[in-house]
Write a protein that binds this ligand. Structure first.
Ligand SMILES: Cc1cc2nc3c(=O)[nH]c(=O)nc-3n(C[C@H](O)[C@H](O)[C@H](O)COP(=O)(O)OP(=O)(O)OC[C@H]3O[C@@H](n4cnc5c(N)ncnc54)[C@H](O)[C@@H]3O)c2cc1C
Length: 357
């Protein structure tokens, strides 16, 4: 048994931000994370030299429209740059028809972090000095009574007056709760899809961004796939060329035909950008549908649209003031987004601490 002012379940951006905010109030937290590293849906690949080699999770922030993300970027002193969109985009109709160069709808306001989105995770983790971080430890149950909350994992038990549940709501609903969560609350948690949970990204690395030489932005919209969209993902700190695509093959097909998928991606890239696209230095696919600490079975059923603002109940303090849900999907400001994760953490910490026990 160990005692903290709060337990935070989930070490994604929301959980990390919550710990930073709790420390700011001189409170101690125990952060319990199921995976072997922090960041959750934020994940970057590194090249053999340890440099940035693409984001497997989020790539963009929109600080002009997202005040919370803008504030955290400033607070953490993280440099950003505008998404590269110079030149023509391409429309790809598949092997039967020539690709068409076009000016595509602009992406004004889309920014990226220098060195990749994972820098946000590293910068937040650096701010923690009092938080005890426990990795590789999925929480299985949570019991609430008049004395506080007891959170249990496969091999440990942790006590605190309050718990902040910073994991996707559908996964939170599947924890063993004692007493059982009220039916309406469980239904609300289950109703909230996890943004991008069923998606997969492919990241391709080249010696240099050769498409830029031909006046191409690197952006492709495709009806044929396997990448429904492709974007330039180069980092200002490196000379190498990086592209990423959102894969539009169905989940089962991605698994059953993994090798064929890689070939199909290279065929598509060559169709769009010419033979230089074959000289790929690295091709990585990250499939979020296979990630049990992100994706619930319900997330694979669709619909696959951007989350609506969450049910209001999820923004209230639960279980006599001892439990607060705080994941990006719990934010009404930017549900499902990085900005939402930070906003959810801010709201959750403020409401939890305002509630007198
Ligand atoms: C492919 C992709 C592209 C995206 N693109 C963008 C983008 O461009 N811009 C943008 O703003 N957003 C984007 N997003 C969304 C963004 O990644 C999320 O909004 C944000 O990372 C969510 O952070 P979070 O902390 O709320 O949740 P998560 O990152 O999901 O963190 C939850 C944490 O809880 C942990 N956990 C789960 N179960 C347990 C358990 N039982 N016990 C302990 N820990 C547990 C998980 O391992 C995880 O670390 C994208 C997401 C993906 C997957």
């Amino acid at each position: 048994m160990s005692h903290f002012d709060a337990i935070v379940i989930g070490g994604g951006l929301a959980g990390l931000a919550a710990c930073v905010l709790l420390e700011e109030q001189n409170l101690s937290a125990c952060l319990i994370e199921a995976r072997g590293d922090l960041g959750g849906r934020v994940r970057s690949f590194t090249d053999p030299d340890g440099g940035f080699a693409g984001d497997a999770g989020p790539s963009w922030v929109w600080p002009g429209y997202q005040p919370t993300v803008a504030r955290w970027l400033k607070r953490l002193d993280l440099p950003i740059f505008e998404q590269y969109t110079q030149g023509s985009g391409l429309l790809d109709y598949g092997p039967q028809r020539e690709v068409e160069a076009r000016m595509l709808p602009h992406q004004a306001g889309s920014y990226r972090l220098e060195g990749g989105t994972a820098r946000l995770v590293a910068a937040m983790a650096d701010q923690l000095s009092r938080t005890q971080v426990i990795l590789n430890t999925p929480v299985t149950s949570s019991a609430v009574d008049g004395n506080g909350v007891t959170v249990t994992t496969s091999d440990s038990t942790h006590d605190a007056p309050r718990v902040l549940v910073a994991m996707p709501p559908r996964l939170a609903a599947r924890l063993r709760w004692t007493p059982a969560l009220p039916a309406a609350l469980k239904q609300d948690l289950t109703s909230v899809p996890t943004w991008m949970a069923s998606q997969a990204k492919v990241v391709l690395r080249y010696d240099r961004p050769f498409w830029r030489d031909k006046g191409l932005s690197g952006r492709v919209l495709s009806q044929a796939g396997p990448c429904g969209e492709i974007h330039d993902l180069c980092d200002p700190g490196s000379k190498q060329g990086i592209l990423f695509g959102f894969l539009n093959w169905p989940v089962e097909m991605r698994q059953l035909r993994a090798d064929a998928l890689k070939h199909a991606v290279l065929d598509q890239l060559t169709r769009c950008f010419g033979p230089k696209a074959e000289a790929v230095r690295g091709l990585e696919i990250f499939d979020w549908a296979q990630e049990p600490f992100t994706t619930d079975a319900l997330d694979l059923e669709g619909p696959f649209r951007h989350p609506d603002p969450p049910p209001r109940r999820l923004q209230n303090v639960q279980c006599d003031g001892r439990v607060m849900f705080a994941c990006a999907e719990c934010s009404s400001q930017s549900p499902g987004l990085i900005d939402g994760a930070l906003d959810a953490a801010e709201q959750a910490v403020a409401r939890l601490l305002a509630h007198r026990l």
